[in-house]
Design a protein around this ligand. Sequence first.
Ligand code: ADP
Ligand code: MG
Ligand code: MG
Length: 638
Amino acid sequence: MGLLSVGQPMTWEETKKLSQHVREHGIIQFINLYKRLKDRQGDVLKWGDEIEYILVTFDDKERTAKVCLRAHEILSTLQIKEEADPEGVKSLWRPEYGAYMVEGTPGQPYGGMLAHFNIVEANMRYRREEVEELLKDGEAILSITSFPRLGCENFSHPPVKATPHSGATRSLFFPDGAIFPGHPRFATLSRNIRERRGEKVAINIPIYRDERTPIPIDDSHKKDKAARPDHIYMDAMGFGMGCCCLQLTFQACNINEARTLYDQLTPLAPIMLALTAASPLHRGFVADIDCRWNIIASSVDDRTDEERGLRPLQSNRFVINKSRFDSIDSYLSPEGDKFNDVPLIYDEKVYKKLRDHDIDHLLAQHIAHLFIRDSISLFSEKVHQNDEQDTDHFENIQSTNWQTLRFKPPPPNSTIGWRVEFRPCEIQITDFENAAIVCFVVLVTRVILSFKLNFLIPISKVDENMKKAQKRNAVLAEHFWFRRDVSMQTAATQSSEPQEAAAASAASTDVYTPMTVNEIINGKNGEFPGLIPLINNYLSGMDVDADTHCTIQRYLKFISRRASGEILTTATWIRQFVTGHPNYEQDSRVTDEINYDLLKTIKGIQSGEIPCPELLGYNPVSKTTEDIPPVIAKVAGH
Ligand code: ADP
Ligand code: MG
Ligand code: MG
């Protein structure tokens, strides 16, 4: 059986009937795996990145750029090497939602040595070249978060038509033919989310209002009552899950370290989202936001109208305040407990069952909360399982809770330990930028653990930050709630403090203060050290060879400049490219021609043929820090 081996997806009606079955067995499977693995110790830091790419077909005569629907074909070839030698390959390739998407990871995770930072970017380049070798004339592999004209007339090559009255998606814009065809999971998810919800998903994002932007922006509101006339309306899972992102997974030495990392990275998620913002264009329009996050959240929002609080509960059990895709809802470590200030929804019986098996309150409520969701994709051959060994039912629910962080137990019968996945970041144009972000986040985890830092703020404040992070130019314009004193000793050492007093002091505004991304990353005069100075402090106590030092410093310099506004975020750069294009008509539209020029330029930047100091700071191909050109302090206008 190949890596893309296929099972038999069940209908939504069948899946729905089995939802309680999946939940019950999923919980038993978690309890069993927890008992087996809770005391597992001594795993070392391992980590890896995941990068998603979009395949594009350029037509230089017509001056068009379209998504290229050859991912299945290309993946089949890419995976031949892995099937022959799973341990020996330098890269692993997986399908993603779009028929035009591929996801690549390093062949093996990286280890704890700082010198591994020297190979991250080279591995990313290798992956890109590996795909490039399989491309035909005119095709390209781009690491872009959103395809600017996704869902527009003729946006794919070959062309496929949307089918509003039949099929899995029933979108006005997004055809089922643009969903990855090599595995039924993706179309099944799309169909079941729509059927569970009782209607199509509805995504409305604010249009960027330019001088000649017509309102209504198009006639969507005449076709669907869910469409808001002054918003970019999208009605399919593909608009969200068809976006690309950058993810990182870390292995912790034991379950407690994983819980600490999960919590401590949570307040950084919105900061990293703002810093990596890269998706201001959707369905051929310029949006007034810079990130994909809310679009994906709405694109898989399978809550019924009862669950969304629009009608009194009758056939559903809970009113749920978020989509299955969103920022996390509770901390997991003892330090985090008092910052869990948003009431968690869960089934008391599930919670009690976990508690009866000696799972502590924080972990029990986390799992019970994930399990308020139904299975939305079930394969007939997976219904009956051995709960002592299998974890498929647990994973079924776990892997369809798409949140900023994921707490991952060790897989059955493997050498892999407890892990945490960091999921907010948007994808950048060049391997250099992606490598810089990846190495920066890894370094932050080392600093957190070595210096025992504490970034925790109330969950409600993290939620507020997530909203701010997506706004246009948030990296420079917004103030984020951030912890004032990150070295402060926490609940663990104040255990004598009564629960109410602890909660009150957590909620107190003494704990957090508004800061810009620049202040968080680079520091604020005497008040806050800054993440990069903390990293440099950490590095100064380490024996770092010259090569590694140079690699790390060029990455930190880049992050520092993005945060300060010396160089632009990808989103701002894209926005400026479109609004500065000679044929842009101040109407917030990304025409075929603008799309073509933009993606051609992106391709040139990514290969190094087109220098772009306003985005990168200096020539990314060079490895010396000498050739840094004068800084361009251009900040998004309007
Ligand atoms: P997902 O849950 O997103 O499908 P996977 O479990 O397939 O992710 O893991 C993907 C990522 O985890 C890759 O970046 C890979 O390099 C990394 N990875 C693989 N093994 C480990 C490990 N033992 N510890 C940490 N990360 C790992
Ligand atoms: Mg993925
Ligand atoms: Mg992942």
